[in-house]
Design a protein around this ligand. Sequence first.
Ligand SMILES: Nc1ncnc2c1ncn2[C@@H]1O[C@H](COP(=O)(O)OP(=O)(O)OP(=O)(O)O)[C@@H](O)[C@H]1O
Ligand SMILES: [Mg+2]
Length: 191
Amino acid sequence: MINKKNRLISYDDTLQLVGTGRSAFVFRIKSTNKAMKIFFPNFTHIANEEEEIYEMLQYISYYPSIYEAGANYIVIDFIDGQTLFECMTYGKVITSVHIKEIDLALSLASARGLNPSDIHLRNIFLTSIGEIKIIDVARFRQTKDCVQWHNLKKAYQRHYVKAYFPKKISAPLLNMIAILYKKGLIPFYKT
Ligand SMILES: Nc1ncnc2c1ncn2[C@@H]1O[C@H](COP(=O)(O)OP(=O)(O)OP(=O)(O)O)[C@@H](O)[C@H]1O
Ligand SMILES: [Mg+2]
């Protein structure tokens, strides 16, 4: 149950809230390895789009499998791990091998005729057993090219890997950098 401002008021005992995005709440269905993404009322049309894209990505291990979908929800694998955003706030080091795996995951999606988009730190997971998983694929059929992953890699290579760069950054600071990036205020990206 949500209120008019899309704030979560209550949910069933069989669910555990594991994430909130700009368009949905995500719950783990307790005692299973499945997650249910329930879209806010204004975003329900995305359920069907995201379902179809997950179907296109079937059997690529870098993406969760899809089990079920309805008018305002999808059910996919629950991912036991941390998003890259969380990794950075906890100080878990992201290696060049992880970056290569993400590149491979995205190229496998491209090979299936998709256009990977909206690739940001909260949509990429590093699992508890060290695998990469990518979620939130709803925009993979857009035609506009998304430069987010290109820019994240550029920042990784030019800054993150350097000894001076702190491997643990507070969430408020990381969010601030994301806001400045969105506003086009980071000079590094203008070149
Ligand atoms: N399958 C999953 N297993 C574990 N956690 C998940 C899963 N799917 C989503 N989450 C968590 O929920 C958050 C929101 O999910 P998701 O990115 O799908 O929502 P969204 O509203 O489409 O996001 P965005 O704001 O990026 O558009 C994720 O950043 C992640 O922390
Ligand atoms: Mg997301």
